[in-house]
Design a protein around this ligand. Structure first.
Ligand code: CTP
Length: 416
């Protein structure tokens, strides 16, 4: 995707560096167009190095390429962060006195602006009217957040964090259907199965053995796969159904236990090009299900029942074994690994060993722990392949950006 990142002259310009990185990590081409004032805060060298592209502020350089027309016309997204009161005013009134405002006039793609300024400027009737005018024209204006501003003052006017801006841009793109189902993408015509959430193993009608997986990473994988053109089945374990703009195109197969998950995956596997085992699967289940609620004994002792467990099948390893037995190379099989470092090794050591043990084509490892990965909107992922010692590190970033990186790696494997 071609992104134009406009930066106007506010102290929050430094946050645009992090936003630029998020787009670059997702594989997007980003051209940075700072205003002259923006260069007082972050210099041209930084923008050029981070974007890997030359940086221009006015329409006079590279005139033979007519950048003020071409950049806007060719962009899939224009995002301005931070947008100052001055930039909002110039954009609202159609001025074209530098490269960024010229781009805004020629762009026909979604335009997202993220204002940042002092509270008085944000609340001034002139700014309020300019924002209303831009919104009426279809520009997505992200509300500034409240908090500490440049000086000692606090209030609305802060630029939201890069991750929030990035998520807002992706949401706008999905909403307007820039990457709608059926559009041609790297997964067009591919059937993918994603498992997500966490299995629950019932003990009695009331209780179960479960885990803390929220299903957010799996939902993001399913949604991004639809946007990239795939036909998507989501085997969902005890999690909310996806709710993003492409949710309607995802076929959901809800299951509860590891054995149900195994049955659903095996039946979907025969026609799948890719299986992504993102679900957190219980390795053990209670050996006996108690048909009635397990009660405390009232015999005056502190006795408690002992729960006998039996092993669940390793679904992922089973898929790999079945594929090998059939002498096939399809489907591409992706495993996830929830790891913690310990005295035996780092997260990466454990992930490398798990990749060898499971035999899948790609392993996505996350570090888990209190406040890490489970239930969060962000994570850091390590992508490991069996035939390559290199590890791709993604993040810390949104689970959506992790999903994009996973599908990029899968598209590479499919292209082999
Ligand atoms: N997995 C599976 N079947 C299981 C357990 C895990 O298919 N019974 C899959 C998960 O969906 C994930 C990968 O195996 O893709 C790794 O899961 P994880 O829980 O990290 O590893 P385990 O195999 O359970 O190993 P351990 O808990 O010993 O680290």
């Amino acid at each position: 995707m071609r992104v134009v990142l406009g930066v106007s002259g506010g102290i929050a310009a430094y946050k645009a560096c992090a936003l630029l990185r998020l787009f670059r990590e997702a594989g997007d081409d980003v051209t940075v167009v700072p205003t002259r004032a923006a260069l007082h805060f972050v210099g041209e060298t930084t923008w050029a190095a981070l974007s890997g592209r030359p940086v221009q502020t006015d329409v006079w350089a590279q005139a033979h390429e007519v950048p003020h027309v071409r950049l806007g016309q060719e962009a899939d997204l224009v995002v301005v962060a931070p947008a100052t009161a001055d930039l909002l005013a110039r954009a609202a009134h159609g001025l074209a006195d530098d490269l960024l405002t010229s781009v805004l006039l020629t762009a026909r793609c979604p335009v997202v602006v993220a204002p940042a300024m002092h509270t008085e400027m944000w609340e001034h009737p002139a700014t309020v009217a300019n924002v209303a005018l831009l919104r009426r024209r279809g520009v997505e204006v992200i509300e500034p957040s409240s908090g500490r501003l440049t000086g000692a003052d606090t209030g609305p006017g802060r630029l939201p964090e890069a991750i929030e801006l990035y998520a807002a841009c992706r949401e706008v793109l999905a909403r307007v259907g820039t990457s709608t189902p059926g559009a041609s993408g790297p997964l067009t015509g591919r059937r993918v199965v994603v498992t997500a959430g966490g299995t629950r193993e019932p003990l009695d009608p009331v209780r179960y053995l479960g885990n803390r997986s929220s299903g957010k990473q799996g939902s993001a994988l399913a949604e991004v796969a639809v946007e990239l053109g795939a036909e998507v089945r989501l085997v969902s374990c005890n999690m909310p159904a996806p709710s993003g703009p492409t949710a309607g195109a995802i076929e959901c197969l809800p299951v509860q236990t590891a054995l149900e998950l195994q049955a659903a995956v095996r039946s979907a596997a025969s026609t799948a090009d890719v299986i992504v085992m993102c679900a957190a699967v219980a390795d053990f289940r209670p050996a006996h299900y108690q048909g009635a609620k397990i009660k405390k004994t009232d015999d005056g002792t502190e006795s408690a029942p002992t729960i006998e467990l039996v092993r669940n099948p390793d679904i992922l390893a089973g898929l790999v074994a079945e594929r090998a037995a059939a002498g096939a190379t399809s489907p591409v099989i992706v495993g996830f690994a929830a790891e913690t470092g310990d005295e035996q090794g780092t997260v990466l050591d454990h992930a490398r060993a798990k990749l060898a043990r499971k035999g899948c084509d790609l392993l996505v490892a996350n570090e888990v722990g209190v406040d890490k990965t489970f239930g969060q909107d962000t994570s850091t992922a390590y992508l490991l392949r069996p035939d390559n010692d290199e590890v791709t590190v993604v993040g810390p970033t949104t689970k959506r950006a992790v999903a994009e990186a996973v599908w990029r790696a899968v598209a590479d494997l499919l292209a082999r």
